[in-house]
Design a protein around this ligand. Structure first.
Ligand SMILES: [Fe+2]
Length: 183
């Protein structure tokens, strides 16, 4: 049995049509501060993690909708858990794949290398590895790049697993190594 486990809860993403109200509520209740904000997306944190909450503004992203109270439309989008190294993330991917569980999406976000899974009810979760060793570096990246590309690039997890097993660097500090970048 594999001993690979995530090391910590990382963040939760909410979809909302009460964008400003939600930001103010989480700032007040959690003493959180806004780390990054544009009209569609905001990141808040209450500690040294680069984000603990993110809010997607559905009023801007899906303006044709009007629902403010129906869960699944608004509410939790996904919860994220962090792994300490690319090796852990991708060996866990291999373990889960053998058991018939594959991610529905894999994205290199720039600040994290992420895999998205859904449980049998369709609840979404993200397994991630940080690309930077400090939130200052992550925030600098966010402020420099998110206005151009807030999502990142999709990658092929099988390809990355092969390269990691062939000896490509798998520690967190080397995630941004160009040799591992998918594009
Ligand atoms: Fe996320």
């Amino acid at each position: 049995m594999s001993g690979i486990r995530h090391t910590m809860f990382a963040h939760v993403i909410y979809r909302t049509r009460r964008f400003q109200q939600m930001l103010q509520w989480y700032e007040t209740v959690f003493n959180a501060k806004v780390q990054y904000q544009n009209p569609a997306l905001a990141f808040l944190t209450y500690d040294d993690e680069h984000r603990r909450f993110a809010f997607a503004n559905l009023s801007l992203l899906q303006p044709q909708g009007t629902e403010t109270d129906r869960h699944s439309l608004i509410g939790v989008d996904h919860v994220a858990y962090a792994y300490t190294s690319l090796s852990d993330l991708f060996e866990n991917y291999a373990r889960l794949k053998e058991k018939g569980n594959s991610p529905y999406r894999c994205v290199h976000h720039g600040i994290t290398v992420s895999m998205y899974y859904a449980d049998p009810d369709g609840n979404q979760m993200e397994f991630q590895v940080d690309c930077f060793s400090s939130s200052e570096e992550a925030n600098a990246f966010i402020n420099a790049h998110f206005s151009v590309n807030p999502v990142g690039v999709e990658y092929d997890p099988a390809d990355w697993l092969t390269r990691l097993r062939a000896g490509a660097p798998g520690s967190r500090a080397r995630v941004a190594d160009p040799g591992l970048d998918s594009k």
